[in-house]
Design a protein around this ligand. Structure first.
Ligand SMILES: [Mg+2]
Length: 177
């Protein structure tokens, strides 16, 4: 069933989310995919991203990186952020999600997963009984090639857009400019 792949919301980027609103809704833990969600695939963190996590932590959120990538890559990204992480997560397996909840000390109904791929990030969140937000994958200017998976995702998200029941399950969580 396609609904297994439906996110609760779909936004442009991790920076386009109203985290204050998520806090008001009762969410306390944020689980982030790294590659093409927070930074372009393989990139290090940068001052904007470091600041972003600093603000979330000051708000009181626990955060955890959940990546299929290896330890050295995740640690390199996490160097300045110094947050919790799970590497080699094997998404959509629920194991990594459960580990992330355990590390954060947050119940699954108070955590939300944020990622760029419905087949891994979002499907895993749904399998784990957690809310999720899909972000549009980060693409460098001029980057044209996309994988076949992205076409599957475009199709699934097209159906999502026509099924009101599954959209806006979090209300209005888009950051106002
Ligand atoms: Mg990703």
């Amino acid at each position: 069933m396609l609904k297994e792949y439906y996110p609760y919301e779909y936004v442009k980027s991790v920076f386009a989310i109203d985290y204050k609103r998520l806090w008001e809704l009762g969410y306390r833990g944020l689980i982030f995919d790294v590659d093409n969600t927070v930074v372009h695939h393989g990139d290090d963190s940068n001052p904007k991203v470091d600041h972003f996590f600093e603000v979330l932590h000051k708000m009181g959120f626990k955060t955890c990186l959940l990546s299929d990538n290896e330890k050295s890559r995740v640690e390199r990204f996490n160097k300045n952020i110094q947050t919790l992480y799970v590497c080699d997560a094997d998404k959509p397996s629920t194991k990594g999600y459960e580990k992330a909840l355990e590390l954060m000390g947050v119940e699954k109904d108070k955590a939300i997963c944020i990622g760029d791929q419905i087949i891994t990030d979002i499907h895993g969140a749904n399998n784990s009984g957690m809310a999720s937000i899909l972000v549009h994958f980060i693409r460098l200017p001029g980057e044209k090639r996309i994988g076949i998976r992205r076409y599957v995702e475009f199709f699934v998200m097209w159906t999502w857009k026509h099924r009101k029941k599954y959209r806006y399950r979090l209300g209005d969580i888009r950051r106002k400019k």
